[in-house]
Ligand binder design. Structure first.
Ligand code: C2E
Ligand code: MG
Ligand code: MG
Ligand code: MG
Length: 291
């Protein structure tokens, strides 16, 4: 609906424009205060092994609730933080929370892998790998419990600082994962030489399953690629049992999605791990309820 042009047109466009601009500046300002104001938290979304149904890991996802702006989606504030460079500080905070929680779970005998998203700007920090190493040793967490999710575009940057960073991370024993796989332009020959242990199939290809034939073909191709590269495949955004069944039949090993759970508070995730461990124990003692 467009208002009459002429004198009124400036008045019509101006508020929207200034909202957009001010909104952005205000949001960035608010984000920089969020850490000190306790407005950020990390939630953990379970990762499930297809054929056992067991939770074997989780992805740490950042959440921001601002006093004035309300809940702001990561899809909005992460790109903003990446543009301003603030993501380096945010990313370090998320990583520390995740390492702290993972160590808590390991100590309780509930250990699962925790996966953390890393922006390409973070990999550009020459001391990134060294900071990951010192965080792991500060909390006493063995590197094998930590996974870092990188995007195709971050991995394929051939800048020496990134290449070196990735090598250092792999040498530490941290698992490297490619996130949103299929949405970038991976050079397969290059991929073969990268120290990667998992590919996450982007949820945009999962959404159309089981009906959409081209999504099906793409997911099949990614699973085949995973086999060829000897890496695990995790499907993202699995919402229905039909999607899970289809993926399992195709040979996909793991999934993440609302079908199991969305991202939940650390305490809730820990309770899920505890319930799972108790169920296993009851089963192995023959104390489980049959049927
Ligand atoms: P991502 O890493 O691909 O994370 C998966 C996103 O899919 C999450 O969105 C998750 O909540 C959502 N999701 C999971 N299961 C389902 C499902 O069954 N259906 C649907 N529709 N969505 C599902 P979220 O938390 O909004 O995060 C969006 C993106 O923001 C992430 O995509 C990631 O790229 C970025 N992000 C989130 N936290 C961080 C962080 O700590 N650091 C960095 N650098 N990026 C982050
Ligand atoms: Mg991710
Ligand atoms: Mg993803
Ligand atoms: Mg994504």
């Amino acid at each position: 609906r467009v208002k009459a042009s002429g004198k009124g047109s400036f008045g019509f466009y101006e508020p929207a424009m200034s909202n957009g601009l001010l909104g952005r500046v205000q949001m960035e300002h608010a984000l920089r205060q969020a850490l000190d104001r306790d407005a950020l938290r990390v939630v953990y979304q379970p990762q499930v092994e297809m054929h056992t149904g067991s939770i074997v890991g989780c992805e740490a996802l950042l959440r921001w609730t601002d006093a004035r702006l309300g809940v702001v989606s990561p899809g909005v504030f992460i790109p903003l933080a990446e543009e301003s460079g603030y993501i380096v500080k945010l990313g370090a905070w998320v990583l520390e929370q995740a390492v702290k929680e993972a160590m808590r779970w390991v100590k309780q005998g509930l250990g699962v892998k925790v996966s953390v998203n890393v922006s390409s700007l973070e990999l550009h920090q020459p001391d990134y790998a060294a900071r990951v190493a010192s965080l792991l040793s500060a909390y006493g967490l063995p590197a094998c419990w930590l996974e870092l999710e990188l995007t195709e575009s971050a991995l394929l940057q051939k800048e020496p600082v990134i290449v070196h960073c990735i090598e250092q991370l792999a040498d530490l024993g941290v698992q490297l994962v490619i996130d949103d796989f299929g949405t970038g332009y991976s050079n397969l020959a290059y991929l073969k030489r990268m120290p990667i242990s998992k590919l996450k199939v982007d949820q945009s290809f999962v959404r159309g399953l089981p009906q959409d034939m081209s999504d099906k073909a793409i997911v099949e191709a990614v699973i085949g690629l995973g086999r060829a590269l000897d890496v695990e495949i995790v499907a993202e955004g699995v919402e229905t049992a039909a999607q899970r069944e289809t993926l399992m039949r195709m040979g996909c090993g793991f999934y993440q999605g609302f079908l199991c759970a969305p991202g939940v508070e650390a305490a809730t995730f820990q309770a899920m791990l505890r319930a799972q461990a108790a169920g296993l124990e009851a089963g192995s003692l023959g104390g489980g309820v049959p049927g």
